[in-house]
Design a protein around this ligand. Structure first.
Ligand code: PHB
Length: 564
């Protein structure tokens, strides 16, 4: 951890005058991303114009640039945050290493308690979640990775505040005065009232080493929190929280029932931090980390500029890419490191860093820069909730438009014997199979099912019924075919589910290479021959699945992406 001097210098940055060297288009682009995040990921372009106060032509150019980067999708009149934007938050989460080291402990604790467990870091006068193992019942709101809460309305807040200096307290008081209901924290219901006991709660938390939240956020929600300390400095690295509801626990009973076990888990987390030999705070030599540094950025932005002309704002693209030069093993970078990683001229990288520091996304200390938790505020909360079905949907629409046939995403269900449709874009062409979202079909007789079965070491096959005269009903024949599907990387099923129905599917793999879903194109057999399906449809299918997988890798780096 860095000395206090740094945190004090940072907080006042936002109200500080804009430095002469700040890059205005980068500031405006970040404003657009923040408004979209506050609007839960989507706004019309005219809504963005109102929310940002920017001219329509500026909004158009910014969104075109963000769309080119894959950070935003333009959907008719709407701008929608796209999963690739999560690479900014991922850069922060990778650089601090805490999720990678501690998430599994939090998940195990949530399983053991059957209660939600979260990890939060301090973010000036607030706390920000870096992990959520959610077991929330319907009764209470739950928070997402990247959500920011006012420190005084949480259990971890007082634990972080034990390390605040005079400037931090002054900033907190000024904010309380300016925004008594904490409306600047859209994740929490606005609520006035005196949280003047925050200083007393902080003193108590410091003395006890733990803290409670007795319905400070909303009626019913209670939490108990313990700090996880950085072994080398003893400072609070993050705080582990167990969250429950008054229908199961009072704040006091939550504390007495679960605190002892929570403390043991925190001791294990601290031991994990101690064992970790990766550079958690200090940077290694550039390039030593496993994170991916952007490469060829300069060439890419020039090409985009060539192609899009005035609509592409190079300085915005470059500035945002500076954030992705941080990552695992690259927590602290010098200006030279950043320039090297991005391929930007030093002067350009420097102006981007000055801008990001002014906005509070970067802190500097002794000529090294590092990301702040605020980076998670750039799209992470809404995007971290997207299931695979919603990540895939726009890609299926594109595929269906290109091949003029229906495209679908399905997962394996029913003990591995059925496929279930989770996203679908149908063409108007009439097909007798009546498929809607949620439809289940026998896996063995569908292309979707076969690519997923082919990935299993021992696929479960039910009795193979002849659904048409063409259905393969011989188990050995089917198992041999699945081998073939595995090596081909696709399955084509011709009239086995239904006479006249032809479909071709490829698997969707997660970042670990596991098949988690499949995408197919289905058509009447009069539309294309089997050969045409392979020659014309398969390449389109593969290209689209490649894009879905790329987004899934970004979205799933620090969180399991649910299927639906
Ligand atoms: C949460 O993880 O949702 C949480 C944590 C601490 C609180 C309230 C909620 O005080």
């Amino acid at each position: 951890m860095l000395p206090n001097a740094m945190s004090g210098a940072v907080g006042s940055a936002v109200s500080a005058p804009v430095p002469d060297e700040a890059v205005a288009p980068l500031m405006r682009g970040i404003t657009v991303l923040r408004r979209l995040t506050e609007a839960d990921g989507a706004l019309s372009l005219s809504g963005l114009e109102k929310a940002t106060g920017l001219a329509r032509s500026t909004v158009d150019r910014i969104t075109a640039t963000l769309a080119r980067m894959g950070y935003v999708r333009l959907d008719g009149r709407d701008a929608v945050l796209a999963p690739r934007l999560m690479e900014l938050g991922n850069a922060y989460l990778a650089s601090i290493r805490l999720p990678r080291l501690l998430d599994a402990y939090a998940d195990a604790l949530a399983d053991e308690f059957d209660e939600s467990v979260s990890l939060a870091v301090g973010d000036r006068d607030g706390i920000r979640f870096i992990h959520q193992a959610t077991r929330r019942r319907a009764m209470s709101l739950s928070f997402r990775i990247g959500d920011l809460l006012p420190a005084e309305r949480t259990a971890p807040g007082p634990l972080f505040a034990t390390e605040w200096d005079a400037a931090d307290w002054a900033r907190w008081r000024a904010r309380r005065e300016a925004d008594p209901e904490a409306r600047g924290f859209p994740a929490v219901p606005p609520r006035g009232g005196a949280y003047d006991d925050f200083e007393a709660r902080t003193a108590e938390a410091g003395a006890r080493g733990w803290a409670l939240d007795d319905q400070l956020i909303e009626p019913g929600l209670v939490a108990v929190s313990v700090p996880v300390r950085e072994p080398r400095t003893g400072r609070v690295a993050c705080v582990a929280n167990v969250v429950s509801h008054t229908s199961r626990h009072t704040a006091e009973s939550l504390g007495s029932a679960l605190l002892p076990r929570l403390r043991v888990a925190v001791a294990e987390m601290e031991a994990e931090l101690k064992r970790d030999r990766g550079p958690r705070v200090a940077s290694g030599p550039y390039g030593s980390g496993a994170g991916s540094a952007p490469s060829g950025l300069a060439a890419w932005t020039s090409a985009s500029k060539q192609e899009l002309g005035r609509e592409f704002i190079e300085s915005l693209a470059r500035g945002l890419t500076v954030i992705t030069s941080f990552g695992e093993g690259r927590a602290e970078l010098t200006l030279t490191d950043v320039a090297q990683a991005t391929g930007l001229a030093r002067a350009t990288a420097r102006r981007a860093l000055i801008t990001l520091e002014h906005l509070g996304y970067v802190e500097s200390y002794d000529r090294v820069f590092r990301l702040t938790p605020r980076v998670l505020g750039l799209g992470f909360p809404p995007l971290s909730m997207l299931p695979l079905s919603r990540i895939a949907a726009p890609h299926l629409a594109e595929l269906s438009e290109r091949v003029h046939d229906s495209a679908s995403l399905a997962i394996l269900t029913g003990g591995g014997e059925e496929v279930q449709y989770t996203a679908r874009v149908a063409t108007s062409r009439v097909m007798s199979v009546n498929i809607t979202l949620g439809t289940r079909l026998p896996a063995y007789a569908t292309s979707l099912g076969r690519v997923m079965l082919a990935d299993l070491p021992e696929p479960r096959l039910p009795e193979l019924l002849p659904l048409t005269p063409h259905t393969i009903t011989d188990r050995r024949e089917l198992l041999a075919l699945l081998e073939r599907v595995r090596s081909d990387g696709y399955a084509l099923v011709d009239g086995e589910l239904e006479e006249g129905l032809r479909s071709i599917a490829v698997p969707v793999r997660d970042g670990g290479g596991r098949v988690v879903a499949a995408v197919n194109v289905a058509m009447h057999s009069s539309r294309r021959s089997v050969e045409q399906c392979v020659a014309e449809v398969l390449p389109e299918l593969r290209a689209v699945v490649g894009r879905i997988e790329a987004e899934l890798r970004v979205a799933g780096r620090f969180r399991r992406v649910p299927g639906v």
